[in-house]
Design a protein around this ligand. Structure first.
Ligand SMILES: O=C(O)c1cc(=O)[nH]c(=O)n1[C@@H]1O[C@H](COP(=O)(O)O)[C@@H](O)[C@H]1O
Length: 273
């Protein structure tokens, strides 16, 4: 079964389009995981225990795992999420010449889907696109302010570059495994891109800590009910208000993550059909 069919099933079971971002910044981990052999894995395990009921997907960002222990923490995290029947989208933003991309694409043996950067063109993405079972989310209009520097450039052929990326992504979708990344901080662009590609599911990051538009994320992010709205820090670090010093109340800390995930799910569900 293809990734988007599996994701659709998970969305139905969890009644949720929430992607929980697993970005375990070492400087923000609570004391209760500090002595674990792999603190990031210990943290993620508790986050998954607290939030899986509300999660359509987990999205670990590779940047938080790129060191000696990081890959082990990531593997444990992915296996644990799978044990809860939740798919995993590895946010790695890959894209390189074919020979290198073939190696990057092996990540799809571990995770269910990946984010890729289209800057190097179609052949750099081919090794990902060929993996029928794996989802491939192509960066289209990112949530950061600098995203406009290149992505908004008007092409001589007409329309902004991000629309061209959307059109290309549709052409790359021969196996039904392509989605787009469009930030919730750009609601107008979200609407415009949805017009260009009515059938591609979006990953919409930028709600929560970046203050994006949750309603627009749902209204334009879903294709036939399938798509993801991601929050990372707004969920996993919601417990910081509970204090994370020596006396951290672990239940309160991870209970806050559960509440944040549930609240986001409920808020998004108000706008789902
Ligand atoms: O590809 C992404 O997921 C992504 C694209 C984008 O345009 N903006 C964006 O914030 N992201 C990622 O989504 C997550 C957002 O995290 P929070 O701002 O903490 O919710 C981070 O892992 C970002 O790297």
């Amino acid at each position: 079964m293809g990734f988007f069919d599996r994701l659709g099933q998970r969305i139905a079971v969890a009644d949720s389009v929430v992607s929980v971002g697993l970005d375990p910044d070492p400087d923000r981990l609570p004391d209760c995981v500090a002595d674990a052999e792999l603190p990031r894995w210990a943290f993620n395990r508790r986050v998954i225990d607290a939030t899986h009921e509300h999660a359509a997907c987990y999205k670990p960002n590779a940047a938080f795992y790129e060191d000696a222990d990081g890959w082990r923490a990531l593997e444990e995290t992915i296996a644990y999420a799978h044990g809860k029947d939740v798919p995993v989208l590895l946010d790695a933003k890959r894209g390189d010449i074919g020979n290198t991309a073939r190696q990057y694409a092996t990540a799809l043996e571990l995770a269910d889907a990946i984010t890729v950067n289209p800057y190097m063109g179609g052949d750099s993405l081919a090794p990902f696109l060929q993996r029928e079972d794996g989802g491939v989310f192509v960066l289209c209009r990112t949530s950061n302010s600098g995203g406009a520097d290149l992505q908004d450039l008007e092409l001589a052929s007409g329309g902004p570059l991000y629309e061209r990326v959307a059109t290309l992504a549709e052409a790359w979708n021969e196996r039904g495994n392509v989605g787009l990344v469009v930030g919730a901080t750009n609601p107008d662009e979200l609407a415009a891109i949805r017009e260009v590609v009515p059938d591609l599911p979006f990953l919409v990051p930028g709600v929560g800590a970046q203050g994006g538009d949750a309603e627009a994320a749902v209204e334009h992010g879903l294709a036939d009910g399938v798509g993801l709205v991601n929050s990372s820090r707004g969920i996993i670090f919601a417990g910081e208000d509970a204090g994370r010093g020596a006396g951290t109340d672990e239940d309160a800390y991870f209970g806050a993550a559960e509440q944040a995930a549930r609240r986001l799910k409920e808020r998004l569900n108000e706008h789902r059909d």
